[in-house]
Design a protein around this ligand. Structure first.
Ligand SMILES: Nc1ncnc2c1ncn2[C@@H]1O[C@H](COP(=O)(O)OP(=O)(O)OP(=O)(O)O)[C@@H](O)[C@H]1O
Ligand SMILES: [Mg+2]
Length: 596
């Protein structure tokens, strides 16, 4: 989409945002915004009329006009006050709408690939920063419309005295254009500085948040972080300020042009008054309008600026939504194949390759292996070998850049991603610390059954977490974590157990992915976990993939896949691989020497 079309679409979105969230409220908001702006001209006209009827010594005229003026003031002020809360509500509702939709799209893209793209990250960050502006944008646009209307009406009024003054509002146009340009330049500068301000933001949170607090103190990093933060921010911030400053010079010049035109207009009115070209009332009204007009144009310029900011935010929002939906269209097959109820053959990986966005080298190359139904497969290999990458590909979180994954013979790409993931369960290497009650943090592993107390208790038991739960102040109802509320903090291994319990919630998954689920567990907990997960396997006949660095654990698996540098180095069961005398045998002997 071209930049102009994108802007027009964003403006359309802003204008439709009010009616879309709440039609009656937005009508009221539009009316109030326009009325509020019209008050100035209305009062100027009424003032002129008062002068007129007073000069004519018409008592009834004075009564009527004063009555009208009072009514007008009551009406405009009344609607303004009455409309105030409506405006606030509409803003909140609109923001809520945008946020909900944003979560809907960003949180549900079939893969997490988009999150890897810097452009996507920047755009989503822009939306997060601008969501309040976007929420207010309909209101802001209506006030702006009112201000424009006011300017035009003022022009008409002035033209009724000196016709050439009809062009006065036009002198505000260069200032408006210059403002728009200034806003554009600022937007560009902000975008250009993003990589630096993003790093500054990261350093800021490293210096001030809990997870990094220990290292910051231990290594005495605060000063260093401040220095780097300043450096990044200074450069980014200064660039924006310089660009904006330059663009503002033109705004000032255009504004000067308006002021000159304004002075000339004033002179013309005075001349008309002296020549007796207009009634006294009209002259008074014109002067009252003139008195407001420069302030009006000033206001107009800042409102234009804010509307354009909101339009920019809305543009980013629309772009994010478009990209998210495009990914859905690309990935979700039109006529998806059915996900099997039960695996009969197993999962076959063929010539699988994968390269992360922005990486020169692939992380997986030509990986081929058959994982039989019902098997527990250990995935081993050194750090960076590609184990977690393979796990994520199997979960459909990334699309292969080559080769395919077959589920009982059906290409994974032909399955509906959500339907497939509905039958996969996983405990990731760096599990999310979800700060809910234990019951919820575990239960959401199977949202449909999360309220079932037996299922939750059973999942906790399978992950070997009964002792942890028993030790918590409110058992399953204990609130976990202290970042988002005053809950109970857990140890690293305890958090991991929660994640493992979450992974045990789903019954009969076709694929169970356990990426180093015991890395933080003690030996007993590890033993318990494997025994109980093994019970599950026998029950459901799916494939379990267990990533581990402990060869004593790998040893018990039906099949061991050794990955090295993104390739399958060896496949077989423990005895076969021991006998083969390859990498596995070597590493096993090494570990056995130290840990036996
Ligand atoms: N999100 C990412 N973006 C870019 N490169 C990545 C990303 N995640 C992993 N990589 C790269 O892919 C390669 C494989 O990483 P992966 O996480 O699969 O290794 P692993 O075998 O799980 O290692 P570990 O034992 O340390 O967990 C590494 O070279 C890593 O740098
Ligand atoms: Mg890993």
């Amino acid at each position: 989409m071209t930049a102009v079309r994108e802007r027009v679409a964003a403006l359309g979105f802003v204008l439709a945002l009010g009616p879309r969230t709440d039609r009656p409220r937005s009508v009221l908001v539009a009316a109030v915004a326009i009325l509020q702006q019209a008050t100035g001209v209305g009062l100027a006209v009424l003032l002129g009329l008062v002068v007129e009827v007073t000069a004519n010594r018409s008592v009834s005229g004075v009564v009527v006009v004063s009555g009208c003026a009072a009514l007008f003031v009551v009406l405009t002020q009344g609607t303004f006050i009455a409309g105030y809360f409506t405006r606030l509500r509409l803003r909140e509702e609109a923001q809520q709408y945008v946020e909900t939709r944003f979560i809907d799209v960003v949180g549900t893209t079939p893969t997490v690939e988009l999150h890897e793209r810097p452009a996507w990250r920047d755009r989503t960050a822009a939306v997060r920063a601008a969501r309040e502006d976007i929420g207010q944008s309909f209101d802001t646009a209506m006030v702006l419309a009112g201000a424009v209307l006011l300017l035009v009406t003022s022009g008409v009024l002035l033209a009724s005295i000196v016709p050439v003054l009809a062009v006065l509002p036009l002198f505000a146009v260069p200032a408006l254009l210059a403002t728009q340009r200034a806003e554009n330049k600022r937007g560009e500068a902000v975008r250009d500085a993003l990589s630096r301000t993003r790093l500054a933001g990261h350093l800021f949170s490293v210096a001030t948040t809990a997870p990094t607090g220990r290292e910051v103190r231990l290594f005495g990093l605060a000063r260093e972080l401040v220095r780097r933060h300043r450096e990044q921010w200074d450069r980014g911030g200064r660039d924006v300020a310089v660009a904006e400053g330059r663009a503002r010079v033109l705004v000032a010049l255009a504004w000067l042009l308006f002021v000159l035109a304004y002075g000339a207009a004033m002179a013309l009115i005075v001349r008309a008054a002296l020549a007796g070209d207009a009634t006294l009332g009209l002259i008074v009204a014109a002067i009252a309008v003139m008195a407001q007009i420069s302030g009006q144009v000033q206001i107009l310029l800042s409102w234009v600026f804010w509307v354009l900011e909101a339009v920019r935010g809305a543009g980013a929002y629309l772009d994010v939504v478009r990209q998210g939906e495009q990914e859905k269209r690309e990935i979700v097959p039109d006529a998806p194949a059915a996900v099997p109820g039960r695996l009969t053959g197993g999962i076959t990986i063929e010539g699988l390759g994968f390269r992360y966005e922005g990486r020169a080298e692939p992380s997986l190359r030509d990986v081929g292996v058959h994982l039989p139904a019902g098997a527990t497969v250990a995935l081993v290999g050194e750090n960076g070998a590609g184990k977690s990458t393979l796990v994520k590909l199997l979960a459909g979180l990334y699309r292969p850049t080559g080769g395919r994954i077959l589920v009982d013979g059906t290409d994974l790409a032909r399955l509906e991603p959500d339907a497939w993931r509905g039958r996969v369960t996983a405990a990731f290497q760096d599990p999310a610390r979800i700060e809910l009650s234990v019951r919820d943090a575990v239960g959401i592993g199977d949202v449909a059954n999360r309220a079932d107390p037996d299922r939750v208790a059973d999942a906790v038991r399978r992950a070997g977490g009964e002792a942890i739960v028993a030790s918590l102040p409110d058992g399953l109802d204990t609130r976990l974590g202290r970042r988002s509320w005053d809950g109970t903090e857990l140890s690293g291994g305890q958090w991991q157990t929660m994640a493992n319990a979450r992974a045990a919630m789903r019954r009969e998954p076709l694929l169970r992915l356990l990426d180093e689920p015991t890395a933080s567990l003690d030996a007993q907990a590890e033993e318990r976990l494997f025994q109980r997960f093994a019970e599950l396997d026998r029950l459901d006949g799916g494939v379990t993939i267990l990533v581990t660095h402990r060869f004593t654990t790998a040893r018990a698996a039906d099949l061991i896949v050794v990955l090295a540098d993104g390739r399958v180095a060896e496949v077989g069961d423990h005895d076969t691989l021991r006998r083969a005398g390859g990498v596995y045998a070597e590493l096993f002997t090494l570990q056995a020497r130290y840990f036996a």
